[in-house]
Design a binder for this molecule. Sequence first.
Ligand SMILES: Nc1ncnc2c1ncn2[C@@H]1O[C@H](COP(=O)(O)OP(=O)(O)OP(=O)(O)O)[C@@H](O)[C@H]1O
Ligand SMILES: [Mg+2]
Length: 315
Amino acid sequence: MSDIIIKAIDLTKIYKIHRFLKTEKVLALDRLNLEVKKGNIYGFLGPNGAGKTTTIKLILGLTPQTAGEVFVLGKDPRDVATKGKIGYLPEIAYYEKYLRIDEILSYYAGLYKMDSKFAKERIDYVLETVGLSLFRKRFLHEYSKGMLQRVGLAQALLNDPDLLILDEPTSGLDPIAQIEIRDIIKDLAEEGKTIFLSSHFLSEVELICTHVGILKNAKLIKWGPMGDLLKINKFFEIHIEANKEFENEITGYDVSKIRVEDKLIVSTEQAEFKDKVLSIAIKTKARILAVYPRQDSLETLFKKLMKGNEDVHTN
Ligand SMILES: Nc1ncnc2c1ncn2[C@@H]1O[C@H](COP(=O)(O)OP(=O)(O)OP(=O)(O)O)[C@@H](O)[C@H]1O
Ligand SMILES: [Mg+2]
């Protein structure tokens, strides 16, 4: 089997909204090309309305594409056998509130045609994994928002899927639960599962994702391995206990300066300017407090992309 788990080729979605005699068109996804490989944790980012959930629905075969193609595990996502290998956590999950979690999961186990002994073991396992074992006897209408989010995850994990698609998996969770879910996601990837998730938590995505795709106005504008994206903007930060002579000498160099009390923080992207700043500090007897190699966080990169200060990926 090829190690390409999701492949999208010029995948496009236009929603048509019918209002009285008029039809309005919404371009929700514009020629998406994407490859997600086995074992990747792919973070899909973008502002509200950028097209993340639409992409997920297309990958799951829940909505037809207007143009282009999508393959999941090498097949059309509507293929029944393929669906059995996917676990899906929807953005907003609706469950029958007057049922207990065991009843909900048993119902899904039936849909997956699991035999009853295996289903029981698997339900125990997923409830333990998502931390709901203690709440088995409560009805879902007695659950909190974060507990309901965990129900969704338990259901997504039930069939031991090769591919997990999670639409905002940690939204509504408390900080400890967020960490627990992150750990579960990382463990699953280590087992060789593939995870495709959308999220608005950029620091979380930076922590767990191996690859990122960033959508803006229905278009994928940046993508690649996390390390490569964050390497794009590397710079040096030099902390100096500055004196007047140092400040005078440094003026005119292509460096940025911020004063924090009696400390001057000088930043430059270029190694030769860093060396120059250090030699000026030595010459003017300004004390060098620290030199840090830095790189943009995912949050900084995201903000730049949304403001349009960054070039669009073209390869
Ligand atoms: N069923 C629908 N009918 C018409 N338009 C839709 C439908 N679903 C989504 N859209 C539109 O498609 C665009 C993309 O929506 P989508 O739900 O994919 O965004 P998103 O990136 O998931 O946003 P969020 O971060 O808010 O979840 C939006 O303009 C939205 O209004
Ligand atoms: Mg969404």
